[in-house]
Design a protein around this ligand. Structure first.
Ligand SMILES: Nc1ncnc2c1ncn2[C@@H]1O[C@H](COP(=O)(O)OP(=O)(O)OP(=O)(O)O)[C@@H](O)[C@H]1O
Ligand SMILES: [Mg+2]
Length: 346
């Protein structure tokens, strides 16, 4: 209806923390009108944690966009003979089992043709196209929807973490006065607690993505080993070193190097596939704040590294959002912001 405001909640059920960002559309732009977060204490208590978090945050919108991730989510970038979209859909139904480690009838499939990359798309000339194939195990989606619906929420979108990350970046540049070079190849790296998401984009299209299972919990374990303490204590020390800065930094360095090397392998793979370098790296996620990361990554990648705030350049309704709390958590909000940005979908 003309003039009616629309809102959507991006709900990121992370491994460590649940994050919610509500975006409301005002004409052609969006504002942050709600924010909430809550740590996950127990896996079987997720439903109650979400309910309490939403209540506390004052978010009233029921429409939510959520995402899935992990080993039950398969993302592939495949070369196929050029064909129409209809032909592609039916061809993939028959060919998908070549690319995914599950039975085709166990998964929900989606695909999209990627824009031509340019003259260096692999030398296959006119006959080939790149296709993005996404397969998600139906059981994962069902579990997910069951939680959402049991809370009286209305699921409107189920996305994949890594694409939500890309959407948050796109929204950020859309609302930003800085003009991004469309030809620039950007690696988005979101370091959470269990996993690190890598999404390599050019002009808002994903050309490579991968999940690496190395992140915040591994830093915690390194600290626990080095300081001979348990993970609970080590996690506390990681967030608040209490004079043990040096020992903590030293203990996590090997893990940081491993993570830097893993990410670099992804850059190598991408660069071989597309014959094009990754230009810049944008880091987010709760573990972006880990001490020593910038130095270790600059050494590993030898290119510009930025820490970005997915809530930057977005107006915030200060009477509905605890801005200080939100800004304290902003590196962790990329997926939630990207999910809520789906409000702009037509
Ligand atoms: N100041 C800090 N320094 C270091 N690590 C931090 C800091 N603040 C948060 N973290 C870490 O960030 C992680 C949580 O980040 P985030 O919310 O992005 O993860 P998640 O989405 O729950 O997990 P995942 O994406 O792996 O499912 C935790 O491992 C936490 O210890
Ligand atoms: Mg996460």
């Amino acid at each position: 209806m003309l003039g009616k405001k629309k809102s959507l909640v991006g709900l990121d059920i992370g491994s460590n923390e649940i994050k919610a960002v509500e975006l409301t559309q005002f004409g052609d732009h969006v504002k942050i009108t709600g924010f909430g977060h809550a740590p996950i204490e127990a896996k079987d208590g997720i439903r109650d944690t979400i309910a309490e978090m939403l209540k506390r945050s004052g978010i009233r919108t029921r429409r939510v966009a959520t995402s899935v991730s992990g080993r039950a989510v398969i993302v592939r970038y495949i070369n196929m003979t050029k064909m129409s979209d209809d032909e592609l859909k039916s061809a993939l139904r028959f060919e998908a089992d070549k690319y995914i480690p599950f039975q085709v009838d166990e998964v929900v499939l989606d695909c999209a043709r990627l824009p031509d990359f340019g003259e260096s798309s692999g030398g296959e000339g006119e006959k080939e196209m790149k296709v993005l194939l996404v397969a998600v195990k139906q059981t994962l989606i069902d579990e997910h929807l069951q939680i959402i619906q049991s809370l009286g929420l209305v699921p409107t979108v189920v996305d994949v973490d890594t694409f939500a990350l890309g959407n948050a970046f796109e929204l950020n540049t859309l609302h930003s006065p800085r003009v991004e070079d469309e030809e620039k190849v950007i690696a988005l790296v979101d370091i959470g607690s269990v996993k690190t998401n890598i999404n390599i984009i050019k002009n808002n299209t994903s050309y490579f993505s991968r999940e690496v299972y190395l992140a915040g919990n591994d830093f915690t374990e390194s600290i626990a080993r080095r300081l001979s303490t348990d993970n609970v204590e080590a996690e506390k020390l990681k967030l608040n070193p209490q004079g043990k800065e040096e020992a903590i930094e030293e203990s996590i360095l090997p893990t940081l190097d491993d993570l830097g090397n893993e990410i670099h392998l992804s850059f190598d793979y991408y660069e071989n596939q597309y014959d094009r370098e990754v230009d810049e790296v944008f880091i987010s996620g709760g573990s972006a704040k880990i001490v020593g990361l910038k130095t270790a990554f600059e050494k590993a990648f030898d290119r510009r590294i930025h820490f970005w705030d997915p809530t930057d350049n977005l107006e915030v309704k200060g009477d509905r959002v605890d801005v200080q709390d939100m800004k304290g958590h902003s590196p962790q909000l990329a997926v939630a912001v990207g999910l809520a940005s789906r409000i702009l979908d037509r």
